[in-house]
Ligand binder design. Structure first.
Ligand code: SF4
Length: 962
């Protein structure tokens, strides 16, 4: 039991509503004590301030930190870092397993040093939800769910066994087993409490201290919880580990962008459309690294589930958070999802006592800048084909697809011709493939004739071209005709939308109307339904809508991330081969939040994000080059044209079925007994003991090398000399390019390694599931099949040119895999750098993108700009992030990878964000120097860097203190 401090007399009582009092650190009192104008601060800042105040101990958190944040200035300089101690941590299994591996490795390291391994113990509650491992191997059948679950358990048994070891080895580490739901939806519906309490000693008396629910999660979309007024965001696994072990999460004092919402969504417009609109608007407003806080009457009128959909997409608009303040809607949601009456009362009373209850109106609070959105202006939208912020109004999708089809690859297009667009390709389900490439369907020939007689421009002709009834024409088995723009994957997926009953029920109603009109989904479209919790199934069954999903092939495939994370499973072989052979620009439609290249499926290049009802609509249409506002979606029972408007549910119809969606007793029942819901989990045996017994033959779990030679003394900061470039990349290289999560190619270094270990190709599983094995992950670094290394022009995938000639490993400039090159450089002791463009490391928080980079021997990444979490992860692994000055890039410097590099100015006395010198020597011996910004942003990061990363730092602190 800890002793509560009473800084500035802020330790006060509030009414719990049951005749008793609870203790809290009062923000209004902080203002009364003259510390700062607290009541004018954005709500999100005040919640962080409460944590800083409560955790002020004069060591990790100083009184000065409290004063500074209480005096947050809307447009002040952003140089001070905030030490934020979070109340809890959530993990998903792809990031959680490697994190547990690191904790286990730290315990092993302490054991080797003769210290007590139990020193490594999470100090705050940690919940891991196993959601990322299920793949859509089976779909379109009633038994798909069971079969996918069986496969999931057989593929991941070792990992799950390891998780069970973690459950018994660590006291505050809990696991929600597979088949229950998706981490952020489970967090919203069950884990989040809104207000937390802990036993404490006040005036020598035992008492209970109440404080806001705050968290970080090892998944970018942790921000979904901001929809419930909870401060939280995604951090790298490395930062989360430090947070677990008592380190504050440090971040620079942020700007807070206020978004004033007015109006309400119109008929026919969904929460997903709203989220895509907000994403595009805020991307343009450049909110990267900032808090976004929604306020105004439009925000107040939104239910929590709609707020959560917008909040979930904060990583897509680049913000640290997309926060909605606390109000009566939050209480309603907590009550509707089965939280107790008493808890709801305490929650409301706590935030009222803090002066934090109610959505602020314009002028009440100060924001760094304000944006305005009238929700009545939102229109049905999709986003794609490659980035979530590229919103397209629904009627324009056909035109935009054609435009992207013919745009150069360098401008995010597909670099094809209009002539290509008119080709179609026959897929045979039985006898392999029949090329239809040269023999267009009759309807296409008619188009060609039209081109000859019509005086429009080529693009206009393409935009207005007549289109056949279906983009996918069925034949027996998996045969049919596909063409560019054919929909091959249609997935109702992602917590972004599955946590929102309004869009899930709208999809169900649309499916019902489609079935009733006699519409069908072509069997070549791989349709799937993967809710984020079993509650969804409960209300779809209760409303009778699941049967219509089933009839259209949207059978339940699992409770997990599935297509959203790229676990879309295989396409039918003949289809996949046709796509590959004819290089078809096929499409996926999904209710996810990310559509970067190769994220959804390696064979699908055009990926469109949209609401669940639109996913069903495009599955019915079978293609994306269609204007659903004008063209029929298909033929009805009587051969009549059926349009989208004919089957689109009204707001009233959605509201009517919503009545039965949220039942508190259902939430209570489904979240009461995880083990009972998943007997397969119970069958898995758990290893016992505080220290993990590493099995050196495992291909899933291996002791990583990070602490194998750990000593109690940190090293020194030294200059980097004679480094070679391992890769030179363009803009927007994502963490998925750097460390893919999806399938492992047999011919890749990781695939070859697994084969050498005796793993059958069918058992490769995914990179994401093998993050507990550094040998696989290091080989998989930069192995995304779509990554383009400018050092090896014309190639795709993890290829580079190698100059490690000293050990005779390569011929000068030989083209080899990035992994092989890195190993050759390691042999001859040559340090490495990576050079990149804008937004390096964008996408999901993925610590293996940093760990793999470090293990390949990369000492510095020099980029034009960095994504927030990836920069911090690189630093956390001891890799130096350096930033080119504005206007400088690999292209302007004409770097081609034949140079050697020195980083000059590194040493003792290094300051955050100081300038360093990058010196490079060209192949002809010419030496040039340029200034670069050292992106070690905060003083604590200097310490991390000196210690070789955040984990060695924390481990040395822990050992030193005990
Ligand atoms: S469903 Fe998508 S956004 Fe949600 S946790 Fe899974 S991968 Fe992340």
């Amino acid at each position: 039991m800890s002793k509560a401090q009473n800084l500035f007399g802020t330790l006060q009582n509030f009414d719990l509503g049951n005749g008793r009092q609870g203790a809290f650190h009062s923000l209004p009192q902080l203002e009364k004590a003259g510390v700062g104008p607290v009541s004018r601060l954005p709500v999100s800042i005040r919640l962080v301030l409460e944590s800083v105040l409560r955790n002020c101990d004069g060591k990790r958190v100083l009184e000065q930190n409290v004063r500074s944040l209480a005096n947050w200035k809307p447009t002040g300089p952003r140089t001070e870092e905030i030490p934020f101690v979070v109340a809890r941590i959530v993990l998903q299994d792809f990031t959680g397993v490697p994190l547990l591996v690191d904790l286990a490795a730290m315990r092993s390291a302490l054991g080797r040093l003769g210290r007590n391994p139990k020193l490594i113990e999470p100090l705050v509650p940690v919940d891991l939800v196993v959601d990322h491992s299920v793949q859509v191997d089976y779909s379109g059948t009633a038994d798909a769910l069971g079969k996918n679950l069986d496969l999931e358990f057989s593929r991941n048994r070792e990992r799950y066994q390891f998780l069970k070891w973690g459950m018994q080895a660590f006291e505050t580490f809990k696991v929600v087993p597979p088949g229950i739901g998706i981490v952020h939806q489970v967090n919203l519906e069950y884990l989040a409490k809104g207000v937390l309490s802990a036993p404490s000693t006040i005036n020598s008396q035992p008492s209970t201290l109440y404080y806001p629910d705050t968290l970080v999660g090892t998944d970018s979309h942790t921000t979904m919880i901001n929809g419930l007024g909870i401060v939280g965001w995604g951090v790298g696994g490395i930062e989360a580990e430090a947070g677990m072990l008592g380190q504050p999460v440090y971040f620079l004092t942020p700007d807070v962008v206020g978004v004033h919402l007015t109006g309400a969504l119109r008929e026919g417009v969904t929460a997903t459309d709203m989220a895509l609109t907000v994403t595009q608007m805020l991307r343009k407003a450049k909110v990267v690294g900032k808090f976004v806080e929604f306020f105004g009457p439009g925000a107040a009128a939104l239910p929590v589930v709609d707020r959560a959909t917008i909040a979930n997409m904060a990583p897509e608009y680049g913000a640290t958070m997309g926060f909605f303040p606390i109000d009566a809607e939050c209480v309603n949601y907590l009550r509707a999802t089965g939280r107790s009456e008493e808890h709801c009362r305490i929650y409301e009373n706590y935030y009222r006592a803090q002066g934090l209850f109610g959505i602020p109106r314009r002028g009440e609070l100060q924001y760094s800048v304000e944006q305005e959105l009238d929700l009545a202006t939102v229109v049905p939208s999709v986003a794609g084909p490659k980035r979530p912020q590229d919103r397209i109004e629904l009627p324009n999708l056909k035109r935009e697809f054609v435009a992207a089809f013919t745009r150069p690859v360098t401008e995010s297009g597909f670099g094809r011709t209009l002539e290509d667009l008119s080709k179609s390709f026959l897929v045979s389900g039985k006898a392999g493939l029949h090329a239809g490439g040269g023999s267009q369907e009759p309807v296409r020939r008619r188009e060609s004739q039209a081109h000859n007689t019509n005086p429009q421009t080529e693009l206009e002709m393409a935009n207005n071209r007549p289109t056949p009834d279906l983009g996918v024409v069925p034949e027996a088995g998996h045969g049919g005709t596909i063409r560019h723009g054919s929909v091959l994957i249609a997935a109702i997926t992602s917590c972004t939308n599955t946590s929102n009953p309004s869009v899930m029920l709208a999809a169900g109603l649309l499916a019902q109307k489609a079935v009733e009109r006699g519409l069908q989904v072509n069997p070549l479209v791989k349709a799937s339904l993967a809710p984020g919790s079993r509650v969804v199934t409960d209300y779809l069954e209760r409303t009778g809508l699941q049967q219509y999903f089933d009839q259209l092939g949207f059978n339940l495939v699992g409770y997990g991330c599935t297509t959203c994370i790229g676990n879309s499973g295989p396409l039918p072989t003949a289809v996949d081969e046709a796509v590959g052979k004819y290089d078809v620009i096929a499409a996926s439609v999904l209710s996810g939040n990310r559509n970067f290249e190769a994220r959804v499926h390696q064979s699908i290049k055009a990926n469109f994000l949209m609401s669940p009802p639109l996913v069903v609509a495009f599955a019915l249409a079978g293609r994306v080059d269609i204007d659903l506002s004008r063209e029929p979606i298909g033929k009805g029972k009587g051969g009549e044209d059926v349009f989208l408007k004919d089957i689109w549910p009204t707001l009233q119809e959605v509201r009517d079925v919503m009545q039965s969606a949220l039942k508190p007793e259902v939430f209570r029942k489904l979240y009461r007994d995880f083990a009972g819901l998943n007997p397969k989990w119970n069958e898995i045996p758990a290893n016992q003991g505080n220290v993990y017994q590493w099995d050196t033959s495992s291909t899933y779990i291996q002791e990583p090398p990070f602490f194998k030679t750990f000593s109690l003394q940190p090293g020194e900061i030294r200059e980097i000399k004679g480094a070679r470039a391992l890769g030179i990349f363009g803009d927007s290289v994502t963490t998925d390019h750097i460390s893919p999560a999806g399938s492992i190619k047999t011919t890749s270094p990781a695939g070859k390694y697994l084969v050498e270990q005796g793993v059958a190709v069918g058992d490769f599983n995914s990179y994401g599931s093998r993050r507990g094995n550094d040998r696989v992950m290091t080989r998989g670094t930069f192995a995304n099949v779509r990554i383009k290394n400018l050092m090896a022009p014309g190639t795709e995938g993890g290829v580079t040119r190698c100059f490690a000639t000293k050990a005779g490993a390569c011929a000068p400039g030989e083209q080899v895999s990035i992994y092989d090159a890195a190993m050759a450089y390691q042999k001859e002791g040559t340090p490495l750098v990576v050079i990149a463009g804008q937004e390096y490391g964008t996408g999901s928080s993925r610590d293996w993108a940093a760990k793999g980079t470090a293990l390949l021997g990369v000492k510095a990444v020099i980029a034009q700009s960095f994504e927030r979490i990836h920069r911090s992860n690189l630093l956390g692994m001891g890799v130096l992030p350096l930033q080119f000055k504005e206007g400088t890039s690999a292209a302007t410097l004409k770097l081609d990878g034949t140079e050697t590099f020195d980083v000059v100015g590194l040493g003792q006395g290094l300051k955050p964000q100081q300038d360093l010198t990058l010196r490079f020597t060209r192949a002809n011996g010419q030496v040039e120097t340029i200034p670069v910004t050292c992106r070690i942003d905060t003083p604590i990061e200097i310490d991390y860097y000196q210690h070789g990363g955040i984990l060695p730092y924390v481990l040395r602190q822990l050992v030193g203190a005990n």
